[in-house]
Design a protein around this ligand. Sequence first.
Ligand code: FPP
Length: 236
Amino acid sequence: MDDKARAALKNGAIRHIAFIMDGNGRWATKQGKTRNEGHKVGARVFEETASYCHELGIRHVTVYAFSTENWSRPRPEVDALMKLFSNYIDTAMRRFHEKKIRVVFLGDKSVFPRKLRAKMEKLEKDSESFSDILNIAFNYGGRDEIVNAVNRLIREGKTEITKEDLASHLYTAASPDPDLIVRTGGDMRLSNFLLWQSAYSELYFTDVLWPDLDENDIDEAVKNFYSRKRKFGKVL
Ligand code: FPP
């Protein structure tokens, strides 16, 4: 990363970066490993990536770890992802706590077993006072999130709403909209991720498979971000 990009980062120019962590399965197949082994390496890269972005001074980081559509994967893969996630709450996510990072889970927690849900809620509560945020989208879908926000507003008695009302009822209410969304694995789509929040996000797609993503790749995405002119619909 060049000095200009580093200086801009220090000034908080990227406030929020989000990742669609795609390619674990293909990475594993290429290595002759099982898909679950791919997810395990993916989880390690998730921790490294979140920590690196934090070190760069990016105060909000979001990762897409499990979508509302991922339940339709083969049962053993879903079970393995749940187990990995649960173990991670005990280990890596505790380490984020030591770095004073607030962990927020995006998505409907009511579907998880009581014990797992309690662990998630405890981690959120324990880190509530920290201002740097790591959002982990788990059982998350952008359309679901919007419907959930609208239903909450209806329950609160609203009959007409503003954009601000909606934004403040999304799972991401504590974070600004993402400046940059990075998707690994070569596909160029959002896959139901941050649909409302991505209205003016810069999108960056790379063929690198998630388990191969390293600090140089993140630097590259950040450098690319700084080469763009953000117009937010205006003529500049
Ligand atoms: C997409 O790759 C990845 C997932 C559905 C799971 C993402 C999970 C992790 C990175 C690890 C677990 C995360 C935490 C927070 C502990 P894919 O399986 O669709 O890959 P493919 O497109 O190559 O098949």
